[in-house]
Design a protein around this ligand. Structure first.
Ligand code: ADP
Ligand code: MG
Length: 702
């Protein structure tokens, strides 16, 4: 009998609009709606009523505790559970939850990364309710999405700047749309994150300290079969994985997460989940929740979910495509549409995005940089580390025609005069086939593909929102006077002139070719595009660029102090991760690989001695193998010592910029060297001697 997924269970664990309407007194509901939709401040009486209704609802649905759910600067979500319990003097207890408890929490901020903010400000932090993202129940806990700030108001989290950037781009978009005579109530960025991940067997995970401590394999020789046959992509989903995916969907739907598409990815054991897009902050909360549930539910099926950007060498890593657009009261501003006025508006918005990405390519690159993602970007499996924009043939042709004053000839249609800016409506249907582009227009949205599977998309989106807001305002400044004159023809002419000039200035960022091609790097350099090879380089370049500091300060997204703290945390996280990886490698080499190889070598030499004794001579194969293993042991021992020394030296460097650069330039090459010696030994070592599961086993478990 098919299992019933009733639409009634969708969102049953969410304190959503329907629940609020049902449970809140009408005036309270109205007032809360204004807080959610119109950014008006929340009144404490309203908060008290909401808190009471929320608690009643949560308790009826099995919750005993509540938590302020927040996103500190290390990117993962944090929670501290408090019971609703209030004991009474007569020995009984009440279940209570006040407006104050709903609105504000006071966790100790001192143990979260803060990038120096704590040195100048108090250690205490507070969490503040984000009423625009609905509360939900997870494992008997009422989770209240919150922002996390210092007591003086500095954002200590990833969500606060995102919320600020959403307001910034929304307001700027409204100013821009006003020139077109449009007055939407609200403009919000929309986001659809596609999450890639790996599933492996729990027993394999448990046997590998590198997976346990670092989330990726630090050793492992090439499997006999990789992804070359490409049979895994969209292949039939294996039963265990299918059971996992079904349970995941069920749980996500209960939480109101619109999980839509699931399939196998290119690499063996790799999968993807894509939800239906939502407003940016909700989509990101939902993505974090999805990541958390993936890990939890995998454990119900004897599996472990790996969300690292590069768990295995030789096969693809995992990304998280950030599909991004803007909706004005639900109308998609990046939809090419088919009416001339809207096409002009579309061209203006498109031009703003192109210019913003070109101008601030360094910070877009930097927010996706991490120790994990460094293994992906530029690795010919994911977008290159250079930012460029893919527009596709049709849109690319239109842009080209505008820049060069040529008539536009579509592939399928007649010549068009761009003086009247009507675009062919088939643009919507043009499917993007260029998988090598980091920033691709895909019909009615942009898809930013550099983000890593393990990242919190707040970072990428706060950047996109802010830099686009800046361009919207520049466009407004250029067109406001002519718009005020009220002559439609003159406005269109001026807008087309602005579009032409801006596209001409920023056309270097548009690249429709193969991003993996070797020649692209040279071409990008000729164009003056940023090409940072690793995290310290990318982060230093972008965070020290005053133009970036200024725009984030001007739009109130990050103050210069908050900006500096993000810079510090980025470098610190990178250096710490590399240090842990190096430690883990040294540990595994000394405690696992060397003893295993010594046992193997001892057995071969015993065999050789036996041969000599019984047969008069050892076989050349025995002697050769014993020699190779012994040389391998020496090489591993030497490389381990070298890595240990370099790592210890790097850890002593107090300056984070220097330390992370040292990690990238000295520690990582030493890690690579050690790995190459160990992997070479894995190729020849007897199977039963090898101390950890091989790629052959882990990637093909059924
Ligand atoms: P593909 O694999 O071709 O990239 P998917 O269907 O896997 O396509 O993912 C597309 C993602 O883009 C989905 O999450 C979808 O909801 C999202 N998306 C579609 N329209 C928009 C939009 N206007 N704004 C943001 N995201 C969008
Ligand atoms: Mg995609």
């Amino acid at each position: 009998m098919p299992k019933k997924v009733s639409s009634a269970s969708y969102g049953c664990l969410v304190f959503n609009d329907a629940v609020m309407q049902e449970r809140l007194p009408k005036p309270t509901y109205k007032e809360l709606s204004r807080v959610i939709h119109d950014n008006v401040p929340l009144d404490i009486d309203v908060a008290n009523e909401v808190a009471h209704a929320m608690k009643e609802w949560a308790v009826e649905n099995g919750a005993t505790h509540y938590t302020h759910w927040f996103q500190p600067l290390n990117g993962i979500t944090s929670e501290k559970h408090d019971a609703f319990l209030t004991p009474k003097s007569d020995g009984t207890a009440l279940l209570t939850f006040s407006g104050k408890e709903l609105v504000m929490g006071e966790p100790d901020a001192s143990s979260f990364p803060n990038g120096g903010l704590r040195a100048t400000f108090e250690a205490r932090g507070y969490t503040a309710w984000d009423p625009t993202s609905p509360a939900f129940i997870k494992d008997e806990v009422l989770c209240i999405p919150t922002a996390f700030c210092s007591f003086t108001g500095e954002a200590l989290d990833k969500k606060t700047p995102l919320l600020r950037s959403i307001v910034a781009v929304g307001e700027a978009a409204k100013r821009l749309l006003a020139l077109f005579g449009q007055e939407p109530h609200m403009v919000i960025p929309t986001v659809g994150p596609e999450q890639e991940y790996f599933l492996i067997k729990e027993e394999d995970y448990a046997a590998r300290p590198d997976l346990i401590h670092c989330g990726r394999t630090l050793f492992g020789c090439e499997p006999v079969k990789g992804q070359e046959l490409e049979e895994h992509y969209f292949g039939a989903i294996r039963p265990t994985v299918n059971e996992f995916m079904k349970e995941l969907d069920d749980e996500l739907w209960k939480l109101g997460v619109p999980a839509k598409t699931k399939h196998n990815e290119v690499a063996p054991c790799q999968h993807e989940l894509a939800p239906i897009f939502e407003k940016a902050n909700v989509a990101i909360d939902h993505n974090l929740l999805t990541m958390e549930l993936m890990k939890l539910i995998a454990s119900h099926h004897g599996l472990v979910c790996l969300q690292h950007e590069k768990p295995f060498e030789y096969i693809n890593g995992s990304g998280k495509h950030d599909n991004w657009s803007l909706a004005a009261d639900g109308e998609n501003l990046l939809d090419p549409g088919d009416t001339p006025e809207k096409n002009l508006r579309f061209l203006v918005v498109l031009t703003c995005v192109i210019a913003a990405v070109d101008r601030h390519q360094d910070i877009l690159r930097a927010v996706t940089a991490s120790a994990g993602n460094d293994h992906r970007l530029g690795g010919h499996e994911a977008p290159p580390a250079i930012i460029s924009i893919f527009l596709g043939d049709d849109l690319g042709g239109i842009v080209d025609a505008i820049i060069n004053d040529k008539p536009f000839r579509s592939h399928k249609r007649e010549t068009m005069d761009l003086g009247v800016p009507a675009l062919p409506d088939f643009l919507k249907d043009t499917t993007d086939r260029n998988r090598t582009s980091p920033f691709a227009f895909t019909g009615n949205k942009f898809e930013f593909r550099m983000c890593g599977s393990n990242q919190n998309l707040s970072d990428a989106n706060k950047v996109l929102d802010t830099i686009v807001a800046e361009m919207f305002d520049e466009c407004c400044a250029a067109l406001r006077d002519v718009a005020l004159e009220g002559d439609e023809h003159a406005f269109k002419k001026a807008a087309m002139a602005w579009i032409k000039q801006t596209l001409t200035e920023h056309q270097r960022i548009i690249f429709n070719g193969d991003g993996y091609a070797f020649e692209w790097e040279a071409e990008a350099e000729r164009r003056g595009l940023v090409n940072c090879k690793n995290t310290p380089e990318a982060v230093t370049r972008a965070y020290e660029n005053q133009a970036n500091v200024d725009v984030f300060a001007r739009y109130g997204v990050l103050s210069p102090t908050e900006w500096a703290s993000r810079y510090e945390v980025k470098l610190e996280q990178y250096a710490k991760l590399i240090n842990i990886e190096a430690n883990t490698m040294v540990y595994m080499a000394r405690h696992m690989y060397l003893p295993a190889l010594m046992r193997y070598s001892r057995d071969i030499m015993r065999t050789a001695l036996n041969s000599k004794e019984l047969l008069g001579e050892a076989s050349p194969a025995e002697i050769a193998l014993a020699k190779t293993i012994n040389e391998g042991i020496s090489a591993i021992a030497a490389a381990t010592d070298k890595l240990e020394t370099l790592n210890a030296r790097a850890r002593k460097v107090a300056n984070m910029k220097q330390r992370s650069t040292m990690c990238a330039e000295e520690v990582i090459p030493a890690m690579d060297e050690l790995r190459s010696h160990v992997d070479a030994m894995e190729q020849i070592c007897g199977h039963e001697y090898w101390p950890v599961p091989s790629y052959n086993k882990m990637l093909y478990y059924v």
